[in-house]
Design a protein around this ligand. Structure first.
Ligand code: FAD
Length: 305
Protein backbone atom coordinates (compact mmCIF):
# COMPACT_ATOMS: atom_id res chain seq x y z
CA UNK A 1 0.00 0.00 0.00
CA UNK A 2 0.91 3.67 -0.25
CA UNK A 3 1.63 5.79 2.80
CA UNK A 4 -0.19 8.69 1.16
CA UNK A 5 -2.44 8.41 -1.86
CA UNK A 6 -3.40 11.74 -3.40
CA UNK A 7 -6.57 11.82 -5.49
CA UNK A 8 -6.34 14.65 -8.03
CA UNK A 9 -3.44 15.99 -10.07
CA UNK A 10 -4.09 19.73 -10.26
CA UNK A 11 -1.93 22.38 -8.51
CA UNK A 12 -3.10 21.21 -5.10
CA UNK A 13 -2.43 17.50 -5.68
CA UNK A 14 0.94 18.25 -7.29
CA UNK A 15 2.08 20.36 -4.34
CA UNK A 16 0.88 17.68 -1.91
CA UNK A 17 2.79 14.99 -3.84
CA UNK A 18 6.06 16.92 -3.77
CA UNK A 19 5.80 17.68 -0.06
CA UNK A 20 5.02 14.01 0.72
CA UNK A 21 7.78 12.62 -1.51
CA UNK A 22 10.31 14.93 0.15
CA UNK A 23 9.48 13.21 3.45
CA UNK A 24 10.51 9.89 1.90
CA UNK A 25 7.09 8.29 2.26
CA UNK A 26 5.48 6.07 -0.39
CA UNK A 27 3.37 8.48 -2.42
CA UNK A 28 0.90 7.93 -5.22
CA UNK A 29 -1.17 10.40 -7.27
CA UNK A 30 -4.24 9.22 -9.13
CA UNK A 31 -5.83 11.74 -11.49
CA UNK A 32 -8.50 11.83 -14.11
CA UNK A 33 -6.50 14.49 -15.93
CA UNK A 34 -3.12 15.57 -14.61
CA UNK A 35 -2.88 19.39 -14.57
CA UNK A 36 -6.54 19.92 -13.67
CA UNK A 37 -8.23 23.22 -14.43
CA UNK A 38 -4.87 24.73 -15.32
CA UNK A 39 -5.13 22.77 -18.57
CA UNK A 40 -8.14 24.94 -19.54
CA UNK A 41 -6.46 28.23 -18.71
CA UNK A 42 -4.87 30.60 -21.20
CA UNK A 43 -2.94 33.47 -19.63
CA UNK A 44 -1.91 33.21 -15.99
CA UNK A 45 -0.57 36.48 -14.54
CA UNK A 46 -1.05 35.99 -10.80
CA UNK A 47 1.14 32.99 -10.07
CA UNK A 48 3.54 34.88 -7.87
CA UNK A 49 7.18 35.08 -9.08
CA UNK A 50 6.15 34.12 -12.62
CA UNK A 51 5.08 37.32 -14.36
CA UNK A 52 3.22 35.58 -17.11
CA UNK A 53 2.63 31.99 -18.15
CA UNK A 54 -0.12 29.89 -19.70
CA UNK A 55 -1.98 26.82 -18.53
CA UNK A 56 -0.27 24.27 -20.77
CA UNK A 57 3.17 25.51 -19.69
CA UNK A 58 2.31 25.50 -15.99
CA UNK A 59 0.75 22.03 -16.23
CA UNK A 60 3.94 20.75 -17.89
CA UNK A 61 6.10 22.25 -15.14
CA UNK A 62 3.86 20.73 -12.48
CA UNK A 63 4.26 17.29 -14.01
CA UNK A 64 8.03 17.67 -14.48
CA UNK A 65 8.46 18.78 -10.88
CA UNK A 66 6.38 15.89 -9.49
CA UNK A 67 8.17 13.39 -11.75
CA UNK A 68 11.56 14.50 -10.43
CA UNK A 69 10.59 12.72 -7.19
CA UNK A 70 9.69 9.10 -6.53
CA UNK A 71 5.94 9.43 -6.95
CA UNK A 72 3.66 6.94 -8.73
CA UNK A 73 1.49 8.91 -11.15
CA UNK A 74 -1.63 7.06 -12.21
CA UNK A 75 -3.16 9.31 -14.89
CA UNK A 76 -6.48 9.07 -16.77
CA UNK A 77 -8.14 7.18 -13.91
CA UNK A 78 -11.22 8.35 -12.03
CA UNK A 79 -11.81 7.51 -8.38
CA UNK A 80 -15.35 6.30 -7.81
CA UNK A 81 -15.47 5.27 -4.13
CA UNK A 82 -13.59 5.69 -0.85
CA UNK A 83 -13.83 3.07 1.90
CA UNK A 84 -11.84 1.99 4.94
CA UNK A 85 -10.89 -1.13 6.91
CA UNK A 86 -7.38 -1.29 8.37
CA UNK A 87 -6.35 0.71 5.26
CA UNK A 88 -8.14 3.16 2.99
CA UNK A 89 -9.35 1.85 -0.35
CA UNK A 90 -9.89 4.04 -3.39
CA UNK A 91 -11.89 2.24 -6.05
CA UNK A 92 -11.37 3.41 -9.60
CA UNK A 93 -13.96 3.52 -12.37
CA UNK A 94 -11.76 1.02 -14.25
CA UNK A 95 -12.44 -1.55 -11.49
CA UNK A 96 -8.99 -1.44 -9.86
CA UNK A 97 -8.51 -0.54 -6.19
CA UNK A 98 -5.63 1.44 -4.68
CA UNK A 99 -4.79 1.06 -0.98
CA UNK A 100 -3.16 3.58 1.33
CA UNK A 101 -2.54 4.41 4.99
CA UNK A 102 -3.73 7.99 4.48
CA UNK A 103 -5.61 9.82 1.74
CA UNK A 104 -5.43 13.37 0.45
CA UNK A 105 -8.31 14.49 -1.75
CA UNK A 106 -7.58 17.30 -4.24
CA UNK A 107 -10.21 16.66 -6.92
CA UNK A 108 -10.92 20.34 -7.54
CA UNK A 109 -14.05 21.88 -8.95
CA UNK A 110 -15.59 23.03 -12.21
CA UNK A 111 -17.50 26.19 -13.10
CA UNK A 112 -21.17 25.76 -13.93
CA UNK A 113 -21.68 26.79 -17.54
CA UNK A 114 -24.60 28.65 -19.17
CA UNK A 115 -24.90 26.04 -21.94
CA UNK A 116 -25.72 28.58 -24.64
CA UNK A 117 -24.46 28.94 -28.20
CA UNK A 118 -21.10 30.68 -28.41
CA UNK A 119 -20.06 29.95 -24.81
CA UNK A 120 -17.52 27.27 -25.75
CA UNK A 121 -16.42 29.03 -28.95
CA UNK A 122 -15.52 32.25 -27.08
CA UNK A 123 -14.28 30.64 -23.86
CA UNK A 124 -11.02 32.43 -23.01
CA UNK A 125 -11.79 34.98 -25.76
CA UNK A 126 -14.40 36.93 -23.83
CA UNK A 127 -16.19 34.22 -21.88
CA UNK A 128 -14.55 34.05 -18.45
CA UNK A 129 -15.31 32.47 -15.09
CA UNK A 130 -12.79 33.96 -12.68
CA UNK A 131 -12.73 37.73 -12.01
CA UNK A 132 -9.51 37.51 -9.93
CA UNK A 133 -7.82 35.84 -12.90
CA UNK A 134 -9.20 37.59 -15.96
CA UNK A 135 -10.65 40.90 -14.70
CA UNK A 136 -7.57 42.99 -15.65
CA UNK A 137 -7.75 41.70 -19.25
CA UNK A 138 -10.93 43.79 -19.70
CA UNK A 139 -9.54 47.05 -18.34
CA UNK A 140 -11.54 49.99 -19.71
CA UNK A 141 -14.02 47.77 -21.59
CA UNK A 142 -17.69 46.94 -21.01
CA UNK A 143 -18.46 43.51 -19.57
CA UNK A 144 -21.44 41.52 -18.31
CA UNK A 145 -21.71 39.34 -15.22
CA UNK A 146 -24.18 36.47 -15.20
CA UNK A 147 -25.62 35.62 -11.78
CA UNK A 148 -26.95 37.72 -8.91
CA UNK A 149 -25.84 35.52 -6.00
CA UNK A 150 -22.95 36.50 -3.73
CA UNK A 151 -20.26 35.52 -6.24
CA UNK A 152 -21.94 37.37 -9.13
CA UNK A 153 -22.44 40.55 -7.14
CA UNK A 154 -18.91 40.36 -5.67
CA UNK A 155 -17.57 39.90 -9.20
CA UNK A 156 -19.55 42.93 -10.46
CA UNK A 157 -18.26 45.14 -7.62
CA UNK A 158 -14.71 43.94 -8.19
CA UNK A 159 -14.91 44.44 -11.99
CA UNK A 160 -16.55 47.87 -11.71
CA UNK A 161 -13.23 49.17 -10.37
CA UNK A 162 -11.35 47.93 -13.45
CA UNK A 163 -13.65 47.97 -16.47
CA UNK A 164 -15.67 50.85 -17.96
CA UNK A 165 -19.12 49.39 -17.34
CA UNK A 166 -20.67 46.25 -15.84
CA UNK A 167 -24.12 44.88 -16.65
CA UNK A 168 -25.25 42.25 -14.19
CA UNK A 169 -27.87 39.82 -15.49
CA UNK A 170 -29.95 37.77 -13.05
CA UNK A 171 -32.40 35.07 -14.11
CA UNK A 172 -34.68 35.55 -11.09
CA UNK A 173 -36.82 38.64 -10.44
CA UNK A 174 -34.43 39.74 -7.68
CA UNK A 175 -30.80 39.38 -6.62
CA UNK A 176 -29.97 36.72 -4.04
CA UNK A 177 -26.73 38.27 -2.75
CA UNK A 178 -26.37 39.51 0.85
CA UNK A 179 -27.98 42.92 1.45
CA UNK A 180 -24.65 44.62 2.21
CA UNK A 181 -23.26 43.52 -1.17
CA UNK A 182 -26.40 44.66 -3.02
CA UNK A 183 -26.20 48.05 -1.31
CA UNK A 184 -22.60 48.47 -2.45
CA UNK A 185 -23.50 47.30 -5.97
CA UNK A 186 -26.36 49.78 -6.37
CA UNK A 187 -24.11 52.62 -5.14
CA UNK A 188 -21.72 52.18 -8.08
CA UNK A 189 -22.21 54.58 -11.00
CA UNK A 190 -20.98 52.24 -13.73
CA UNK A 191 -23.13 49.18 -12.96
CA UNK A 192 -26.53 48.30 -14.44
CA UNK A 193 -28.60 45.47 -13.00
CA UNK A 194 -31.11 43.60 -15.17
CA UNK A 195 -33.32 41.00 -13.49
CA UNK A 196 -35.59 38.34 -15.05
CA UNK A 197 -32.99 37.97 -17.78
CA UNK A 198 -32.25 34.66 -19.48
CA UNK A 199 -28.97 34.69 -21.42
CA UNK A 200 -29.51 32.98 -24.76
CA UNK A 201 -26.36 33.41 -26.84
CA UNK A 202 -22.78 34.69 -26.88
CA UNK A 203 -21.89 36.54 -30.10
CA UNK A 204 -18.49 37.18 -31.61
CA UNK A 205 -16.62 38.03 -34.79
CA UNK A 206 -14.99 34.62 -35.04
CA UNK A 207 -11.92 35.82 -33.10
CA UNK A 208 -13.39 37.29 -29.95
CA UNK A 209 -16.65 37.90 -28.20
CA UNK A 210 -18.54 41.08 -29.15
CA UNK A 211 -21.79 40.77 -27.21
CA UNK A 212 -24.57 38.62 -25.87
CA UNK A 213 -28.32 38.16 -26.25
CA UNK A 214 -30.79 37.75 -23.44
CA UNK A 215 -34.55 37.40 -23.17
CA UNK A 216 -36.58 39.44 -20.72
CA UNK A 217 -38.61 36.66 -19.07
CA UNK A 218 -41.50 39.00 -18.22
CA UNK A 219 -42.02 40.45 -21.70
CA UNK A 220 -40.39 37.66 -23.74
CA UNK A 221 -38.52 40.34 -25.66
CA UNK A 222 -35.01 39.60 -26.86
CA UNK A 223 -32.22 42.15 -26.27
CA UNK A 224 -28.63 42.53 -27.38
CA UNK A 225 -25.81 43.77 -25.17
CA UNK A 226 -22.49 44.89 -26.69
CA UNK A 227 -19.79 43.67 -24.28
CA UNK A 228 -16.19 42.52 -24.68
CA UNK A 229 -16.50 39.94 -21.96
CA UNK A 230 -18.89 37.98 -19.79
CA UNK A 231 -18.12 36.55 -16.36
CA UNK A 232 -20.28 33.52 -15.68
CA UNK A 233 -20.95 33.32 -11.92
CA UNK A 234 -23.66 30.72 -11.57
CA UNK A 235 -21.85 28.29 -9.34
CA UNK A 236 -18.66 26.34 -8.77
CA UNK A 237 -19.28 22.61 -8.54
CA UNK A 238 -16.82 20.67 -6.36
CA UNK A 239 -15.89 17.20 -7.70
CA UNK A 240 -17.24 15.29 -4.70
CA UNK A 241 -20.06 13.18 -6.17
CA UNK A 242 -18.01 10.08 -5.39
CA UNK A 243 -17.68 11.07 -1.70
CA UNK A 244 -21.32 11.54 -0.71
CA UNK A 245 -22.10 9.56 2.48
CA UNK A 246 -18.35 9.26 3.25
CA UNK A 247 -17.15 12.70 4.34
CA UNK A 248 -18.90 15.76 5.73
CA UNK A 249 -19.72 18.04 2.82
CA UNK A 250 -21.38 21.47 2.86
CA UNK A 251 -24.73 21.92 1.11
CA UNK A 252 -22.72 23.15 -1.89
CA UNK A 253 -20.79 19.89 -1.93
CA UNK A 254 -17.47 21.24 -0.63
CA UNK A 255 -15.45 19.01 1.69
CA UNK A 256 -15.37 20.53 5.17
CA UNK A 257 -11.77 20.97 6.29
CA UNK A 258 -10.05 22.66 9.21
CA UNK A 259 -6.90 24.77 8.99
CA UNK A 260 -4.77 21.58 8.74
CA UNK A 261 -6.77 20.16 5.85
CA UNK A 262 -8.30 17.46 8.10
CA UNK A 263 -11.73 16.16 7.03
CA UNK A 264 -14.42 14.49 9.14
CA UNK A 265 -12.61 11.14 8.73
CA UNK A 266 -9.30 10.65 10.60
CA UNK A 267 -6.55 9.93 8.07
CA UNK A 268 -8.37 11.61 5.17
CA UNK A 269 -7.16 15.09 4.25
CA UNK A 270 -8.37 17.45 1.54
CA UNK A 271 -7.05 20.58 -0.16
CA UNK A 272 -7.71 23.07 -2.94
CA UNK A 273 -10.88 23.99 -4.81
CA UNK A 274 -12.72 20.87 -3.60
CA UNK A 275 -12.73 22.13 0.00
CA UNK A 276 -14.30 24.89 2.06
CA UNK A 277 -11.04 26.89 1.91
CA UNK A 278 -12.07 30.26 0.47
CA UNK A 279 -10.86 31.84 -2.80
CA UNK A 280 -10.23 29.35 -5.57
CA UNK A 281 -6.82 30.17 -7.02
CA UNK A 282 -3.73 28.27 -8.15
CA UNK A 283 -1.39 29.70 -5.54
CA UNK A 284 -3.95 29.07 -2.80
CA UNK A 285 -4.60 25.49 -3.96
CA UNK A 286 -0.85 24.82 -3.92
CA UNK A 287 -0.41 26.26 -0.44
CA UNK A 288 -3.35 24.28 0.88
CA UNK A 289 -2.01 21.12 -0.79
CA UNK A 290 1.40 21.56 0.83
CA UNK A 291 -0.22 22.20 4.21
CA UNK A 292 -2.55 19.20 4.08
CA UNK A 293 0.35 17.00 2.94
CA UNK A 294 2.42 18.01 5.97
CA UNK A 295 -0.59 17.37 8.20
CA UNK A 296 -0.95 13.91 6.62
CA UNK A 297 2.74 13.20 7.30
CA UNK A 298 2.22 14.28 10.90
CA UNK A 299 -0.75 11.89 11.14
CA UNK A 300 1.30 9.01 9.71
CA UNK A 301 4.19 9.40 12.15
CA UNK A 302 1.71 9.46 15.03
CA UNK A 303 0.22 6.20 13.70
CA UNK A 304 3.74 4.74 13.83
CA UNK A 305 3.64 4.19 10.08
P1 FAD B 1 -8.11 21.27 -10.10
O1 FAD B 1 -7.18 22.12 -10.84
O2 FAD B 1 -9.56 21.31 -10.43
O3 FAD B 1 -7.60 19.76 -10.23
C1 FAD B 1 -8.38 18.67 -9.84
C2 FAD B 1 -7.71 17.36 -10.22
O4 FAD B 1 -8.51 16.28 -9.73
C3 FAD B 1 -7.57 17.13 -11.72
O5 FAD B 1 -6.39 16.41 -11.96
C4 FAD B 1 -8.81 16.27 -12.04
O6 FAD B 1 -8.67 15.52 -13.21
C5 FAD B 1 -8.82 15.39 -10.81
N1 FAD B 1 -10.09 14.72 -10.49
C6 FAD B 1 -11.33 15.25 -10.35
N2 FAD B 1 -12.23 14.30 -10.00
C7 FAD B 1 -11.51 13.15 -9.89
C8 FAD B 1 -11.85 11.79 -9.55
N3 FAD B 1 -13.08 11.41 -9.19
N4 FAD B 1 -10.85 10.86 -9.57
C9 FAD B 1 -9.57 11.20 -9.90
N5 FAD B 1 -9.21 12.46 -10.22
C10 FAD B 1 -10.16 13.41 -10.22
N6 FAD B 1 -6.35 30.51 -10.92
C11 FAD B 1 -5.37 31.40 -10.79
O7 FAD B 1 -4.73 31.48 -9.74
N7 FAD B 1 -5.02 32.21 -11.86
C12 FAD B 1 -5.64 32.16 -13.06
O8 FAD B 1 -5.32 32.92 -13.98
C13 FAD B 1 -6.71 31.21 -13.22
N8 FAD B 1 -7.42 31.14 -14.36
C14 FAD B 1 -8.38 30.19 -14.49
C15 FAD B 1 -9.03 30.07 -15.72
C16 FAD B 1 -9.98 29.10 -15.92
C17 FAD B 1 -10.66 29.00 -17.27
C18 FAD B 1 -10.31 28.21 -14.85
C19 FAD B 1 -11.33 27.11 -15.07
C20 FAD B 1 -9.68 28.34 -13.62
C21 FAD B 1 -8.73 29.33 -13.43
N9 FAD B 1 -8.08 29.50 -12.19
C22 FAD B 1 -7.04 30.39 -12.08
C23 FAD B 1 -8.43 28.68 -11.02
C24 FAD B 1 -7.42 27.55 -10.81
O9 FAD B 1 -7.25 26.85 -12.03
C25 FAD B 1 -7.90 26.62 -9.70
O10 FAD B 1 -8.08 27.34 -8.50
C26 FAD B 1 -6.88 25.50 -9.42
O11 FAD B 1 -6.60 24.77 -10.58
C27 FAD B 1 -7.39 24.56 -8.33
O12 FAD B 1 -6.50 23.52 -8.16
P2 FAD B 1 -6.92 22.13 -7.54
O13 FAD B 1 -5.71 21.28 -7.59
O14 FAD B 1 -7.61 22.33 -6.24
O15 FAD B 1 -8.07 21.55 -8.52
Amino acid sequence: PYDLLIVGGGPSGAAAAIYAARKGIRTGVVAERFGGQVMDTLAIENFISVKETDGAKLARSLEEHVKSYEVDIINNQRASRLSQDDLFHVELASGATLRSKAILIATGARWREMNVNGEQQYRGRGVAYCPHCDGPLFKGKAVAVIGGGNSGVEAAIDLAGIVSHVTLLEFDSKLRADAVLQKKLYSLPNVTVITSALTTEVHGDGQKMTGLSYTNRLTNESHHLAVAGVFVQIGLLPNTDWLKDTLNLTNRGEIEVNSRGETSMAGVFAAGDVTTAPFKQIIIAMGEGAKASLAAFDYLIRQGA
